[in-house]
Design a binder for this molecule. Structure first.
Ligand code: ZN
Ligand code: FE
Length: 242
């Protein structure tokens, strides 16, 4: 139902180009930069009509202005971060519906990495764009929010159907997995996943998207049984070198 194209940019960002074939509408999630995104759309004969931002950080919005200038697209971004995203056209928050052609996504507010961070959930497609909130075996750093907030975000995301494909904004998987193994060395699903991840990375392959099911089984932040345990793990990862 959706064609989703991964565009690797900067050192480890993924920009997601999303095309709805029935109407031929195209949007881009978190364009860190413009040129590779415009080139990819052009190569596919797709016209970018929208940008959706999950949060204000420059590695998620840096391409907004140039893509908007080149295409006249409409920028949808978190209402709570409107002042920090000057290219914003439509401000959205919890429960708002955003549309790409015939399909719709619901906005979830997931504050913690930034104060107004949002995610876009295409429930009918089993797809969610999570920005820097949830990563494969990891989660975002707490720059503008609390451990309480991030823990409840992850608990909420864990309730989504297991088959939900999770599109994260960074390839942090191998490093996250090495930390996860220090937390749960006896978790067989984690050990198996890391073997596959190391092989994929050696072969130069991406490990994103992940799924909610995989994260439930292997993500030490989502699997924390209390906010205290979560906070301890988050601090551990902040100081982890490996
Ligand atoms: Zn960020
Ligand atoms: Fe980021």
């Amino acid at each position: 139902m959706l064609d989703i194209v991964r565009i690797p940019v900067l050192s480890d960002n993924y920009v997601w180009l999303v095309h709805e074939p029935a109407c031929g509408e195209t949007m881009v999630v978190d364009p860190a930069v413009a040129a590779p995104v415009l080139a990819e759309a052009e190569a596919r004969g797709w016209r970018i009509g929208q940008i959706w931002n999950t949060h204000w950080h420059p590695d998620h919005t840096g391409g907004n202005q140039a893509i908007k200038a080149a295409t006249g697209c409409v920028v949808t971004a978190p209402a709570a971060e409107a002042a920090r995203i000057p290219t914003l056209d439509r401000a959205v928050g919890e429960g708002d519906i955003v549309r790409l052609g015939t399909v719709e996504a619901k906005v979830l507010e997931v504050p913690a990495h930034t104060a107004g961070h949002i995610a876009f959930h295409f429930a009918g497609e089993d797809v969610i764009f999570v920005g820097d909130t949830l990563f494969a075996m990891g989660c975002g750093r707490l720059f503008e929010g609390s451990a309480d907030q991030m823990y409840s975000n992850l608990q909420r995301l864990a309730q989504l159907p297991t088959q939900t494909e999770v599109y994260c904004a960074h390839e942090y998987t191998a490093s996250n997995g090495r930390f996860a193994l220090t937390v749960e060395p006896g978790n067989r699903a984690l050990v198996e996943r890391m073997t596959a991840v190391e092989a994929a990375r050696r072969a130069g392959q991406a490990t994103i998207p992940t799924t909610i099911g995989l994260e439930r089984d292997t993500n030490p932040f989502m699997r924390a049984s209390s906010v205290e345990t979560f906070a301890e793990r988050r601090l551990g990862k902040d100081n982890f070198r490996g």
